[in-house]
Design a binder for this molecule. Structure first.
Ligand SMILES: C[S@@+](CC[C@H](N)C(=O)[O-])C[C@H]1O[C@@H](n2cnc3c(N)ncnc32)[C@H](O)[C@@H]1O
Length: 385
C-alpha cells in the first residue's frame, strides 16, 4: 500500500507522548515538531491514527507545499491545483488557516484567497462550484503559512479529536480530553493501581484513564470522520482496521472520582456512561478535606480549581490540599496540574515538574511522592522551574 507523510497536531508539551503513541500504532519516520508530530504510513494507518490516538488533535495529509511571495501567489498556485481529483462540485468544503506571515494581515484573508482559487478552478473546469459549509464541511482544507512557507493539507479529522463524543455536559472548567489523556501518560500510571481524581469535575481524567486501561479507543465512541467523504475512502479497509484494533480486554483496575459538587458528579456519571466506562469508575460526592484514601498505595491525578490571579482563598485552599496529602496520603504518588503560583502553596517538595499549557494558561504538572513523615517545606524553598 502507498505510504504517505502525515502531520498529527497536539497541545504544547504533549509532543513526546504523541510520538510514543504513534510508534505504538505502527507509524514510521516519527519526528517531533512544534505542537505537532510528523510520521509516515499507509491509508489504513491514517484511519488508525484518527481512531486510536488519545493525544492528537488532528491528522493532516499535506497535499502541496511551496514558497509564496504575495497573496496572489497563493491564489495562482491554488487555482492550478487539481482539486477535482480530490472532491466534486456536489460536496461542501471549508478552508481553515493558521498564518504567521507578514504577507497576510489575518488568517481569514488567507483562507479567502485559497477558497476563491478553489471555487474559480471548479468554475473554469465544470462551470459550477462547490458550496462552502464552515460548520460541517464534507472536505476540510488546512492552510498553514509560516513566513513565505505555505503548506496545504487535507484535514482528515474535521472536528478536533479532543471532541470524543462522550461529553454530554460539562462543569465550569472542564479539561481537554487530549490534555487529560496526555497527563495520564506523562504521569507514568501503570494502569493497574487504582487511580484517584478527588476533584473530578465533569470526569475527564477518570474517563480517559478508564478508556486507556480497558483498551477502549476514542474511535469506539466517535464515529464521524471526514476522511469518509474522501474520494479514496475504502470502507473495507476501515472495517478491517476496526477489527484488527479491537479492544484489549477488560482490566480489573478501579478508578475513583469524587468532587465537592453533586451537580458535577451527576455530569461526570452521565459522561462516563456515554463513554461506555461507567462500570469501571466509583463516583462519590466528597470534599477533599475529608476524603480518605481507598487503597494502601494511592495514585492521585487531579486539577484543582485555579484562576489566572491568585487570591488569599486560593492560598488557603492549596495549603489544605498539602496538609491533607501529608497527613492522610502517606505512600501516595500524587500528580497535580495548576499554575506554578498556586502549587507553591501546597508546601510539599515536588520530585518532578513538567511545564504544560492548559488552554492559554501556563501551568505546571507536578509529582509529589509521599511517604510516612514527608517533610513540609516553606513556600520560599520550592525551587523555580
Ligand atoms: C478545574 S475543575 C476540574 C475539572 C476536571 N478535571 C474536568 O475535566 O472536568 C476543579 C474541580 O474541583 C472541585 N472542587 C473544588 N473544591 C473542592 C474540594 N474541596 N473537594 C473536592 N472537589 C473540589 C470543583 O467542584 C471542580 O469540579
Amino acid at each position: 500500500m502507498k505510504k504517505q507523510t502525515y502531520t498529527a497536531t497536539t497541545l504544547a508539551g504533549l509532543e513526546e507522548v504523541l510520538a510514543q503513541e504513534l510508534i505504538e500504532i505502527g507509524a514510521d519516520e516519527v519526528q517531533i515538531g512544534r505542537r505537532s508530530v510528523y510520521f509516515s504510513g499507509d491509508l489504513k494507518l491514517l484511519y488508525k491514527a484518527n481512531y486510536c490516538l488519545r493525544t492528537a488533535l488532528r491528522i493532516l495529509l499535506p497535499i502541496d507545499s511551496y514558497k509564496i511571495f504575495s497573496a496572489d501567489d497563493l491564489y495562482q498556485r491554488g487555482k492550478n491545483f487539481k482539486w477535482e481529483d480530490l472532491f466534486g462540485v456536489e460536496q461542501t468544503f471549508a478552508v481553515q488557516s493558521t498564518v504567521f506571515s507578514d504577507l497576510f494581515n489575518n488568517s481569514m484573508y488567507a483562507s479567502l484567497k485559497l477558497k476563491d482559487a478553489i471555487v474559480d478552478r471548479f468554475r473554469y473546469k465544470f462551470g459550477e462550484r462547490p458550496s462552502i459549509d464552515s460548520k460541517k464541511p464534507d472536505i476540510l482544507i488546512n492552510l498553514h503559512i509560516s513566513n513565505e512557507f505555505c503548506t496545504i493539507s487535507l484535514d482528515s479529522s474535521g472536528e478536533s479529536l479532543h471532541k470524543r463524543g462522550y461529553r454530554l455536559d460539562q462543569n465550569e472548567a472542564p479539561m481537554s480530553e487530549v490534555l487529560a489523556a496526555g497527563l495520564i501518560r506523562l504521569s507514568g500510571w501503570d494502569q493497574k493501581s487504582e487511580l484517584i481524581d478527588p476533584m473530578c469535575g465533569s470526569g475527564t481524567i477518570a474517563i480517559e484513564a478508564a478508556m486507556l486501561a480497558n483498551g477502549l479507543y476514542p474511535g469506539t465512541v466517535r464515529k464521524d470522520f471526514p476522511f469518509r467523504n474522501w474520494r479514496n475512502f475504502n470502507s473495507d479497509m476501515f472495517k478491517q482496521m476496526e477489527d484488527e484494533v479491537g479492544t484489549e480486554g477488560i482490566s480489573p483496575v478501579r478508578i475513583s472520582a469524587s468532587d465537592i459538587s453533586r451537580r458535577n458528579i451527576d455530569i461526570a456519571y452521565r459522561n462516563a456512561e456515554a463513554a461506555g466506562v461507567l462500570s469501571f469508575i466509583d463516583f462519590k460526592v466528597s470534599d477533599f478535606k475529608f476524603l480518605e484514601p481507598a487503597s494502601e498505595k494511592p495514585f492521585l491525578l487531579f486539577n484543582p480549581p485555579y484562576g489566572e490571579r491568585m487570591t488569599p482563598d486560593d492560598t488557603n485552599f492549596y495549603a489544605m490540599i498539602g496538609e491533607r496529602l501529608k497527613h492522610h496520603y502517606s505512600n501516595a504518588t500524587v500528580w497535580v496540574i495548576s499554575t506554578a503560583q498556586c502549587l507553591k502553596s501546597i508546601g510539599l517538595r515536588p520530585s518532578r515538574k513538567i511545564p504544560i499549557l492548559n488552554g492559554s494558561l501556563e501551568c505546571s504538572f507536578r509529582k509529589y511522592e509521599l511517604y510516612a513523615g514527608s517533610k513540609k517545606i516553606s513556600p520560599a524553598s520550592d525551587s523555580k522551574e
